[in-house]
Design a protein around this ligand. Sequence first.
Ligand SMILES: Cc1cc2nc3c(=O)[nH]c(=O)nc-3n(C[C@H](O)[C@H](O)[C@H](O)COP(=O)(O)OP(=O)(O)OC[C@H]3O[C@@H](n4cnc5c(N)ncnc54)[C@H](O)[C@@H]3O)c2cc1C
Length: 430
Amino acid sequence: MKIAIVGCGIGGLAAALFLHRQGHDLTVLESFDRARPVGSGLMIQPTGQAVLARLGLLEAALQRSARVGRLDGRDIKGPRPLNLLYSDWQPTAFGLGMHRAELFGLLYDAAQSEGIAPKTSHRVAASHQDAQGRWLVLQSDQSDQGEQAAAKSPLGPFGLVVDASGSHSPLRGDLVTRDRPFPFGAVWSCVDSDALADDRLHQRFDGARFMMGALPLGKNLLGKNLPQRGGITTDAPKTSFAIFWSLQREGLEAWQNDYPNWLNSLQSYWPELAPAIAELEGPRAFTAAWYNDTCLKRFVQPGMAHIGDAAHTTSPQLGQGGNLALLDAAVLADALQANEDLTAALAAYDAHRRPHVQLYQRLSRWVTPLFQSDQRAWGWLRNTSMPLAGRIGWMARTQTRVMSGVQTGLLPWQHTKAEALAASAKKDES
Ligand SMILES: Cc1cc2nc3c(=O)[nH]c(=O)nc-3n(C[C@H](O)[C@H](O)[C@H](O)COP(=O)(O)OP(=O)(O)OC[C@H]3O[C@@H](n4cnc5c(N)ncnc54)[C@H](O)[C@@H]3O)c2cc1C
């Protein structure tokens, strides 16, 4: 089939690899002038790892990341609300802390080596369907004239368009049922430190108003000229950490202006991490990220499938977005292979992915105020309830399964294997 993939991020690249290997004729469109990653670090959960394994990229991912065995979250006033061990769920399970540039590079290099060449500087603005198939309308610049403008006439027709254009997708049409900003986001950067254990995601809270985190990304990232490295050079192979500081949208400017005082306050807030942050080049070494809670009534429309953030966004509190995008890509490819009829394939993709995604969106909505809120009560609730839950075996295991991405329902026994989520073998009987 002639397939267009819009967006060359995590989901788009994974979909391109799966669909290319199935023999489809691909056109991959990316709005950037050159394909590049956005952001600093992310956590690849067992679900995302299962997809990378199917793509033959897990071994390489292991080389380019840090193994994360636990989530270790402490309140500076004493309580330790989070102490989640992957091994509580499965002795061999772990998360992978990865720089986004590494994950992107892994997928992008694999795509290039298989002959997939994304067309950059192609920003898709709209799509329509007619009897011939799906068409894509590119955004034309004011400056486009003659040949340039002609080159931006609709592309197509395609048998299928895969919308992997991320959280600001222009292709969702009237599918959106919810699109609300979370009041808090975060500023992100990347530091090197040997003062923190490199086997866990660290978090520090002060109630729910303040939250800081440090996710290990592996050693030897130095010299790779990764974004947001703040120009640090050092001889010792320290561990790199993606760091994030929780902020309200309207608080960004005040934080930037008050940066020296903020840096000072870190001496008492997180003394082990403060020296590494002091080496950064001020607020410009940080990137701000804001999140929306966006839901679609379906992930498909005639001749088009939405995957990743184009189909669903949420806060990164549960660390699932990239993993959900990888799962979407794998399941969509399976559904296309198992169903000759495109409508049945799209229905199978939607039926397999939407319930899992909706569960994680709901859980993120519930959990986020416990970590990012103005209300003191949320911090208190988290500090009292979560340690208690952590001491009760089945509750601790449920929390870990949620973190691992394998929970499929609200009840503790509703979970499955990561590999089962990463594949949809069932043929649609209808
Ligand atoms: C700060 C932060 C921390 C996060 N932490 C985690 C984590 O720990 N674990 C996790 O799993 N997830 C995390 N996420 C979420 C995760 O990054 C996203 O869910 C994931 O990147 C989604 O992948 P995607 O391919 O759908 O979209 P993206 O990776 O955003 O890719 C979309 C691509 O489409 C391109 N594009 C956009 N519009 C157009 C257009 N009109 N035409 C053509 N191309 C277009 C973009 O340039 C981009 O390359 C985090 C997100 C943020 C912001």
